[in-house]
Design a protein around this ligand. Structure first.
Ligand SMILES: C[S@@+](CC[C@H](N)C(=O)[O-])C[C@H]1O[C@@H](n2cnc3c(N)ncnc32)[C@H](O)[C@@H]1O
Length: 299
């Protein structure tokens, strides 16, 4: 995965050990320093900046890199801010997954530069996004069918604990609307990564879990959106596989949204991840299939 991400960034075909001024790269997430070491071997120490949120990991990465004979710029910081003084960059490489592209990654890159990052949504952590930077804070590119990394961490405010997220909806507790569905819960949450990738993009904020305890049904899919407190359950009774009992509550009808988006995905010809692309202009982002004309999601 690391090698393929270097190729997507346009860095993999360079003769190793070049010390002349080549592309400048900002890596996000130094971790052990391994990937930064590869970048140094390809481009030379002076071309490489790596940003790590965790100061202990950053110190470890620096020590590991030194022991291997490399000395890139190792910075303790939040990748959401980038590191402008090391740029502008020919390539920005994240080694954690994001659900959006921080605008500074685009503004700190050169026109024509590459941004490569693992992708996640709340529904599905899957894929690598490779963008080419255009003018005026714009970038556009495609998703690719590999990589699943840890999610980008948000820094804690000094003295405070982790920022509390919204409480999980109390599934089953509010009076739900009940119905029946012919869409199998396994179609959208059973391991078909292309379908799950689409749902993740098109039904933002929704996540899922399986309840196989048998407490409520033979098998239950639980979908939830913590921001609005909406939830849906889809029950398999252990016998009937062409009709499932649905309960939904909260401001969003999550199962209805998921069903509509799954049908939309089927109408598009069940596209795989390689047919999806993303365009970013400042804080406005669109996701599309095949071309920006076929919109899947906008925010
Ligand atoms: C999969 S590891 C990176 C592996 C690393 N590139 C290597 O070669 O060993 C992801 C790293 O991203 C860091 N990270 C997560 N969120 C971050 C953020 N907001 N800013 C900077 N680093 C972050 C984590 O602390 C972790 O070290």
């Amino acid at each position: 995965m690391v090698a393929r991400m270097l190729l997507l960034a346009g860095l993999g075909d360079r003769p190793p050990g070049r010390e002349i001024a080549g592309p400048r790269v900002m890596e996000m997430g130094a971790g052990t320093g391994f990937n930064a070491g590869l970048l140094c071997a390809l481009l030379g120490d002076r071309q490489v900046t790596t940003v790590e949120l965790d100061p202990v990991l950053a110190a470890g990465a620096e020590a590991n890199l030194k022991a291997a004979g490399y000395a890139p710029r190792v910075v303790v910081g939040d990748a959401a801010d980038g590191w402008p003084s090391g740029g502008p960059y020919d390539a920005v490489l994240a080694t954690f997954s994001v659900d959006h592209v921080p605008p500074v990654w685009i503004t700190q890159a050169l026109h024509g530069g590459r941004i490569v990052t693992p992708w996640t949504s709340q529904w599905c952590r899957y894929g690598t996004l490779a963008l080419t930077v255009g003018r005026q804070g714009r970038a556009e590119g495609r998703f690719h069918s590999f990589a699943s990394f840890m999610q980008m961490t948000r820094p804690r405010t000094a003295g405070a604990g982790p920022a509390p997220g919204p409480p999980a909806p109390a599934i089953g507790e509010s009076a739900p609307e009940r119905s029946s569905t012919t869409l199998s819960p396994w179609a959208v949450a059973g391991g078909d990564l292309d379908a799950e990738f689409h749902i993740g993009l098109a039904v933002p904020g929704a996540s899922f879990a399986w309840d196989t305890s048998g407490a409520h049904a033979h098998t239950r899919l639980e979908a939830a959106d913590t921001t609005t407190g909406s939830w849906a359950t889809v029950d398999y009774d252990g016998r009937t596989s062409d009709a499932f009992t649905v309960a939904q509550a909260g401001p969003r009808r999550l199962w209805d949204e998921i069903t509509a988006e799954y049908q939309g995905w089927e109408q598009l010809g069940r596209p795989d991840i390689d047919r999806y692309g993303l365009s970013s202009a400042g804080r406005a982002t669109t996701v599309w299939v095949d071309s920006p004309a076929t919109l899947v999601a906008a925010r």
